[in-house]
Design a protein around this ligand. Structure first.
Ligand SMILES: [Zn+2]
Length: 122
């Protein structure tokens, strides 16, 4: 468990480093990062945007980078899967309602939400 906590702290430090960099940019918009279940939010991330994948089962957070726009929409693709490296399991993305403006969840085999996405958008 201790290793996990250290890991999270390191990742949070990295995430905050990014925040500081972003805040050095044009003022005005607040930079608040929180988990998002909004399909629109997540799928609108662009290449180079960073996001954090948090696994609730193992309390780990992984900072990832969007490699292309398809990558972002894959994160909230209904019926798609996300591989959790800490659990070494595939989790299923479910979406409701279908279509635009929907919400998505990443659930485990029991249908419980087990991973969340925190977009670190500029
Ligand atoms: Zn996991």
């Amino acid at each position: 468990m201790k290793t996990n906590i250290i890991k999270i702290l390191t990742i949070v430090a990295v995430a905050f480093g990014t925040t500081t960099l972003l805040q050095a940019g044009p003022p005005g918009k607040g930079n608040r990062f929180k988990a998002s279940n909004s399909v629109e939010d997540v799928s609108s991330m662009k290449k180079g945007d960073k996001y954090v994948l948090v696994c609730k089962a193992t309390n780990t957070a992984t900072v990832c980078e969007v490699e292309d726009e398809n990558d972002a929409s894959q994160l909230c693709h209904d019926g798609g899967t996300i591989h959790c490296e800490s659990c070494d399991k595939e989790y299923v993305i479910t979406r409701s309602p279908k279509g635009k403006g929907g919400q998505f969840k990443i659930v485990n085999e029991d249908g419980k939400e087990c991973m969340v996405v925190i977009p670190l958008k500029k």
